[in-house]
Design a protein around this ligand. Sequence first.
Ligand code: IDC
Length: 473
Amino acid sequence: MKRSAALLLAGAVAAGLTAAVLPQAIATAAAGCRVDYTIVSQWQGGFQGDVKITNLGDPISGWSLGFDFANAGQRVTQGWNATWTQSGTRVTAASYGWNGSLATNAATSIGFTGSWSGANPVPGSFSLNGTTCTGTVGPTTGAPTTRPPTTGPTTPPPPTGTTPVAINGQLRVCGVNLCNQYNRPIQLRGMSTHGIQWFGSCYNNASLDALANDWKADLFRVSMYVQEQGYETNPTAFTNQVNNLVDMATARGLYVLIDFHILTPGDPNINLQHARTFFANVSARHANKNNVIYEIANEPNGVSWSSIKSYAEQVIPVIRGNDPDGPVVVGTRGWSSLGVSEGGNENEVVNNPVNAQNVMYAFHFYAASHQGPYRDAVTRAASRIPLFVTEFGTVDYTGSGPFDQASSTTWLNLLDSLKISYANWTFSDHTESSAALLPGTCNGGNYSGNGVLKASGQFIRGRIMTPDNFPTS
Ligand code: IDC
């Protein structure tokens, strides 16, 4: 399309834009999606974009695609195969009746011509029925000119190593899942430390070797309490301790969750300055690694979701400033119960997600205490938002009491079926029943085999060591 034609159309379409309506039947939210956005041609003041939408989730019977332009000087002037609207930088394309139904893995293409000024028209924040999409954007840079269509994304070569990180590479959130470098959903299974201010001696070369080689874990969560003799007492020393543990996990090809373990007080905003300082340091230190996941608030409690969201939106930019591609996990209301433990449910997050990309939401449970209603919330939420079980216990919520094998089994079967990643509390030799190791283990040099484990530890090791079967194409 020539520039003059696009401009002629702009006025007519602008009237239509305000009156546009969403399709009648957005029956279900997409549970995963991919958008491939191509600038077919670009000229002074105008461009043409093609958008291929692939539904990676359950079948849908109507869709609404959203994305953001880089600035409000970029406008859709004429679109096809969808009802296009724009408000500020946000563009929405709603399906017609004839192209609204998308089976799982089905794709459809839509397109438009647009006007632009100031910056190149680089779009972002793609979502389908509210679910964040992965995808590609290209080409978008260079002097205004006519450009050929792009081809698809390049697929990474097959892995050469055998560790979880060697196989999966840099992770990213795709729809409601955590995806590997081949854009395939994966589940990470691993262990959480106890508070590193108390059990630091449990984390050494021998114990990390056991976790990687004997347990065949994928994930190591480093729990740095902020209060209770934690970070606030010596920020430099705790930051160094976390950095060392990240390096040790990295050397073994494990993914690492850096857990900013707020608990009491429950409002993360009280620790906001500590969080910004801490995450500025660790995200700079590990920016070039591909195995780091940032968990910015362990268990908010007694605080609204909107306050947690506000905290997240102040901490995430600090991380992104150094490490743009590291996934971030945000704690949820009621001790990371998606609000359930404080009388709420997942809708507060579904309807008001954190305004950032590559974000997941934490869910925690203690199997003897949290059952039916908690599983129901996870089951419902799993098709709407990306979940990560960054902490769970096989016992009651105090970290003690009998090991509940039946409930733990039901929970882990559910997480496996949904490909939700998890870390068990704790890889330590505390006397409490949730601690995997027998008391005194950390005084010796052997951390392998069932002989050093309590009942819960034996059960969890048996679950974690089964083959991952990570997809590699
Ligand atoms: C518990 C530890 C316990 C320690 C206590 C201190 O198991 O040894 O004395 O913290 O606060 C959580 C928290 C986690 C708790 C755990 C068990 O994230 O810090 O650890 N739990 O109570 N949420 C639910 C349970």
